[in-house]
Write a protein of this length. Structure first.
Length: 288
């Protein structure tokens, strides 16, 4: 600024000049007097100072407005940061709780697996793995509708001696089935027995199969149905049908060593006694 021998200018406050007047707001006002100044120009110094004062006030006002806007922005940002931190804390707490629950479930699952391993190691319920010390004839899993003959025995039963005795020659088969046939006989079974083994449940039912013999008396033949239900996890039910005997009567179903033994009588003259060994991995006629 130049007026009658005096010069006025602004300079950033970080520049040092011993002849300047600081505005206190980042600028310094400087005044210099020309060596050619006249008396009239020296008389106008108060006017120049008024202008300097007005300019300083203007700078203060502008700086104050900028400072207030900046402060408001900082406050809004601080509020936003605080809200985000609160949300973040909640998510961190949720993740921590989920991790704790996951760890707890993993520990429970590990304990359960250990219990199952211990149970299976000490269990008599075999894994259907053949070896030299174990006899197995039951298939672990059959396809839907599949049947498998796992044992058989030939019988000659005398049934009628009224005029000419009648000998019933037949081969009885133990058949493993894929589907339980108990549903069809629940209302028509003749006899029913059940027993718990070490780690499985056995249910035995007899059912008239509708086949008849050339006899004068009631002579419908009987099938024996066997259901094995495992107690241990990981195994499926096993169903078997033993065909076909004349006038079956269950004598006993008892736990025997590692399995269950079914004893029944059949035939007529004389009545014969037969036994079936029942295990999850083995169902067969007991040898005499």
């Amino acid at each position: 600024m130049h007026n009658n021998g005096y010069k006025l200018w602004l300079q950033p406050a970080h520049s040092e000049n011993p002849h300047g007047f600081s505005s206190g707001l980042g600028f310094v006002c400087y005044i210099s007097c020309s060596t050619h100044a006249t008396a009239h120009s020296r008389e106008t110094l108060p006017t120049i100072m008024k202008k300097i004062t007005l300019l300083s006030l203007l700078i203060i006002f502008i700086s104050s407005c900028n400072s207030e806007n900046h402060t408001e922005k900082i406050e809004r940002l601080n509020i936003k940061v605080k809200e985000l931190n609160q949300k973040l804390d909640k998510k961190v707490d949720l993740i921590t709780n989920l991790r704790t629950q996951t760890k707890k479930l993993q520990n429970q699952n590990l304990e359960l697996e250990n219990e199952i391993d211990k149970y299976q190691q000490s269990s008599d319920y075999y894994l259907f793995i053949e070896n030299s010390d174990r006899e197995i004839n039951v298939t672990d899993v059959l396809k839907s509708g599949e049947k498998k003959i796992i044992d058989q025995k030939v019988f000659n039963d005398t049934l009628d001696i009224s005029d000419n005795f009648f000998v019933y020659e037949h081969t009885s088969e133990i058949i493993q089935t894929s589907d339980s046939e108990f549903g069809a006989i629940l209302d028509n079974f003749n006899e029913e027995e059940s027993k718990y083994g070490n780690d499985f449940f056995v249910r035995v039912m007899t059912f008239y199969n509708g086949k008849t013999l050339p006899l004068e008396v009631e002579n419908s033949n009987t099938d024996i149905h066997i259901l094995i239900q495992p107690i241990a996890l990981g195994y499926e039910n096993k169903t078997f049908v033993i065909s076909d005997f004349h006038r079956v009567k269950i004598i006993s179903l008892e736990k025997n060593e590692n399995g269950v033994e079914l004893t029944f009588e059949h035939g007529e003259y004389p009545r014969k006694i037969e036994s079936i060994i029942i295990k999850p991995e083995l169902v067969k006629f007991k040898k005499e």
